[in-house]
Every structure is written in C-alpha cells, then in structure tokens.
Design a protein around this ligand. Structure first.
Ligand code: CAA
Length: 265
C-alpha cells in the first residue's frame, strides 16, 4: 500500500485506521492532490480487502476544521472541462468510501462545509463535537455542490430540509445536525468523539466483518432502489450469507453458549 502521501495521513493502530486530512493551514480544503491521494489509498484498501483493520476514523488535522470544502483557490480559474474532471475526482472518492468493505466513521470537529459535508455523508455515519458546523455554502460562491451534496443530503435529512440548506447556503450547528439526523452523536470534545468511535469499533470487532460488509452494501445499494427492489437485494444477500463460515460459526457459538470466532469468510 502506498504511504507516500503529503496531504493525508493514514496509520493503523490496534486494528483501527486513522485517516486524517492534513492541510490544517487551508482548513483541510480538498484540492486535487488531497482527492488523488484519498483515491489511491481507498483503491489500495479495496484491492487488498483485509478485515484486520476493523474500520476507519476520518478526521481533519487541527481543532478548527474537519474539511472546509473543495479548494476555492484551485477552483477559481477552472474551465468547464476542468471542473468536470475535478467533480468526477471528488465524486469518485465519495463512491470509494461507500464501496469500502469496512465502515468509516466521519469524526467532525469544526467546519464540515461543501465538499467536507459531502465527504462526511459518504462515510457510514457521522459523529460530531459541539463545535461542528455543517453546510453546503456553494451557492454563495455562485456554484452548486459537486461531490454529491445535492443527492446525499436529501437522503440524510429529507428533500425539503436539504433544499433549504442548499438554496440558502446557511450553516447548521452540531445540535441541529444531530436533531435532523445528520450527526448520530454529539460529543463534548474531539478526544471524547474519538473514544466514542473506538467504542463503536470495539463493538463491531465482536461481530462478523462479513455481515457488516454485506449490510453496508445492501443498505447503500438500497438507497437508489424502490422498496421492492431493495427487498430483493436484501433477500439475495440474506440467503447468500448462509453459505458463509461466519454464519455457521455465529449460530453454532450461540447454541454452544460461547463467544463466536469470526474470520470474515
Ligand atoms: N478553499 C481554499 N482555502 C480555504 C477554504 C477553501 N474551501 N476554506 C478556508 N480556506 C483557507 C482560507 O483561504 C485561509 O487561507 P489564507 O490564510 O491563506 O487566507 C485559511 O484557510 C483560513 O481560513 P479563514 O481565514 O477564512 O478562517 P475563518 O475562521 O475566518 O473562516 C470559514 C473559516 C468560515 C470556514 C471560511 O474559511 C470559509 O468560509 N471557507 C470556505 C467555505 C466554503 O465555502 N466551502 C465550500 C467550498 S465549494 C465546494 O466545496 C464545492 C463542492 O461541493 C465540491
């Protein structure tokens, strides 16, 4: 796996991956380099497909921002064709987060604006601190969200609320983001938030990684389907998983009144 990154940092400690956007001076804004490095890392992780890392905590460097959006300075002079390429790159990163076989928790401290909110929404769920600020302020710059905000925000908070946020460009503080279902939990500090995420991964380390991966796939795929099609997708995967060693082990361990030993097979 490539570890030659300049604008992101990725390290695995005790089975948890810590992925940090590392442009603190620019409030972790997403330029082409950050997006390309994220794409490389996520592609490598997907190709390698190991369950040794249970999941990933995504944060922004420093105390002020998770990610303050796509890099406005880089975008300012882009042509239509260059913008398309840039948008495709950003969207490919959000899609890779969704396709990753292990869960990612977006740990949002400070600003998660524009592309930052969009990256957070492509993770499996969002934790936030009291100081978190979410928003899609693109209209204030004369543009629209380009890394999935027009699509994923509605799926998170409903179309009416999403329209109001996108059309006004106003910010949502942590309390509102929690109330409308964008942030799952709000913590007092970044330290508490990371502890909360580690606690979630500790619980996940006791269950089947294959079951988590399959649930993630069905829940993500189902977003774009009718209930009927989604149920079919669920049924197929529900049946498939009966062919796995993890399913045999989990049910056997239950009957033998012991802890299961899952391998992800
Ligand atoms: N792009 C590039 N640089 C950014 C940035 C961004 N999105 N956000 C912040 N920065 C830079 C600032 O330019 C500044 O750099 P300099 O010191 O070199 O001038 C540095 O980060 C610190 O920022 P501020 O001085 O502005 O800090 P502040 O505390 O006064 O304000 C803020 C913080 C409210 C987040 C403000 O920085 C801001 O409004 N940033 C832009 C937010 C935004 O509009 N995001 C959406 C971008 S468009 C997008 O994301 C499109 C898409 O969907 C793909």
């Amino acid at each position: 796996m490539s570890t030659n990154f300049e604008t992101i940092n990725y390290e695995v400690k005790e089975g948890v991956g810590y992925l940090t956007i590392n442009r603190e001076k620019a409030l972790n804004a997403l330029n082409s380099q950050v997006l390309t490095e994220l794409k490389t890392l996520l592609t490598d992780l997907i190709e390698k497909k190991s369950y040794e890392t249970k999941g990933i905590i995504l944060t922004g460097a420093g105390e002020k921002a998770f990610i303050a959006g796509a890099d406005i300075k880089e975008m300012a002079d882009m042509t239509v064709d260059q913008a398309k390429e840039f948008g495709e790159l950003g969207q490919s990163v959000t899609t890779l987060f969704e396709k990753l076989h292990i869960p990612v928790i977006a740990c949002v401290n400070g600003f998660a604006l524009g592309g930052g909110c969009e990256i957070a929404m492509s993770c499996d769920f969002i934790y936030a601190t009291n100081s978190a600020v979410f928003g899609q302020p693109e209209v204030k710059l004369g543009l629209i969200p380009g890394f999935g905000g027009t699509q994923r925000l509605s799926r998170y908070i409903g179309r009416n609320r999403a329209r109001e946020i996108v059309y006004t460009g106003r910010n949502m503080k942590a309390e509102e983001a929690h109330r409308v279902g964008l942030a799952v939990w709000v913590f007092e500090s970044k330290e508490d938030m990371i502890k909360g995420a580690l606690n979630a991964f500790s619980m996940m380390s006791k269950v089947s990684p294959l079951a988590i991966e399959t649930a993630k796939k069905v829940m993500n795929d189902g977003n774009d389907l009718t209930v009927e099609q989604g149920l079919q997708c669920e049924l197929d995967q529900f049946a498939n998983i009966f062919g796995s060693e993890d399913m045999k082990e989990g049910t056997k361990a239950f009957m033998e009144k012991r802890a299961p030993n899952f391998t992800g097979k």
